[in-house]
Design a protein around this ligand. Structure first.
Ligand SMILES: [Zn+2]
Length: 204
């Protein structure tokens, strides 16, 4: 009887111990994963660079896709979090791959590519994208912007404040300047090199 009790107690103790260790291991692994996978960020931007190029920024995009092609780029620079959200939204909405052509630029690099002097690329708050499998999507977005359609409004809700429609790519920006860009007031910046409705000659 005593040995039965002893083995019974031992069995319960062993089970409890294994369960406890098991829980710890799971917690530790999850903690490690979270730390491992997290891209450092502040309120409005992810801080990216070659050091975290392999990390996931959103469901379909990794940091390396957003890295500057400028060989003189600093080790770390910001890219707008809303910009990543918006491009992931477009990725899901059209269910097609999106190529990220240019996001953050240094002043020197911006001059070389003839970007606007106050380009939102300088702060990492603008991105140029193309749709390699379905390039016609750019014309669709162009129409959406002109008609202020549902897709356009959804993008504004996500924080997009400027659109640029170009022959081979789409420029979207998420910079907020002195209250000029607000979803409710539908004030936004839009320019195009594809049609006569161009609102200026601003280079992206
Ligand atoms: Zn641009």
């Amino acid at each position: 009887m005593r040995s039965l009790l002893f083995f019974g107690f031992l069995a319960i103790y062993t089970w409890a111990l294994v369960s406890y260790i098991g829980d710890c291991e799971i917690v530790i692994v999850q903690d490690c994963l979270q730390k491992e996978q997290q891209v450092e960020r502040n309120d409005s931007a992810f801080l990216i660079g070659k050091h975290n190029a392999h990390l996931q920024l959103s469901k379909d995009f990794r940091v390396y896709e957003f890295l500057s092609k400028d060989p003189e780029a600093p080790e770390v620079y910001p890219i707008s979090r809303e910009l990543v959200t918006a491009v992931q939204f477009l990725r899901d909405y059209f269910d097609t791959p999106i190529a990220v052509n240019s996001v953050w630029r240094s002043h020197e690099h911006n001059q070389k590519v003839k970007g606007a002097k106050n380009s939102d690329h300088l702060t990492g708050f603008a991105g140029d994208y193309s749709f390699p499998v379905k390039p016609e999507i750019i014309a669709l977005i162009d129409l959406e912007v002109k008609l202020q359609g549902k897709l356009f409004q959804r993008l504004l809700q996500l924080g997009v404040t400027s659109f640029g429609i170009y022959k081979g790519h789409l420029h979207i920006g998420t910079a907020k300047r002195a209250g000029a860009y607000q979803y409710d007031s539908f004030e936004y910046n839009y320019w195009s090199k594809r049609n006569s409705l161009s609102k200026g000659k601003i280079a992206c």
